[in-house]
Design a protein around this ligand. Sequence first.
Ligand SMILES: [Zn+2]
Length: 257
Amino acid sequence: MHSRFALISLLSTLGLASPAANMKMKPRDLLPRLPDPGVVITQCASPGMLALAYDDGPYQYTSALVDILDAAGAKATFFFTGTLYGCIYNQASAVQKAYQSGHQIASHTWTHPQNFGSMSGDQITQEMQQLEQALANIIGVKPAYMRPPYLATGGSVLPTLGSLGYKVITNDVDSGDWNGNSVSQSQQAFQQAGTGGNGHIPLMHETYDTTVNQLTPWLIDWAASNGLRLVTVAECLGDASGAYSETGLPGNGQNSC
Ligand SMILES: [Zn+2]
């Protein structure tokens, strides 16, 4: 008798004692799972969309890129750094223009360190918080999304970003613009990835004239002719209201390049 009571108790603990208990589904279980901080995300959570994502700005093409996207009614995501190509404060108006146009502003770290994957947790935290302070000063919000430089996700990167609340994006299509791919080679990468399945989050850089002025217009047409909506990374993950952190906005304003 003793062991039978123990079994019933165990089944009850597991929620298996009553078949009816298994029929109940919590509303949250019926919704797509929202991204967890510190967990690498490579693609959208749903089909029918494309989340254009541009690394390494702000740069001299940022403003023109926003114009191209806005003219098409497209939304995109900008993974900005603080100092990679000059100081972000010197390009504050382009950053503000991208934000005010409804594009998602996300972090690509303060200095874009080559050794991000081997940095200590404190160093990674510094990289994130310096850019947070700059974005708080320039656009008044703190990003909740980031893409690691060189897509480095080893070492202390994920635990540290998780503890800071960052949702970590890599990619599932590589335009190869950083590696000397021609525009037509980049286009082939998208065509090979195709338009079925969950939406793509590509790796692209706004620091190439060809990516901004040739590949992006082609992608806008490609998306339109295939019925894909051009949305931010957060929206393509069902997390449109989670693009920015609601708490922990840096307060003292002290920050410079
Ligand atoms: Zn980069």
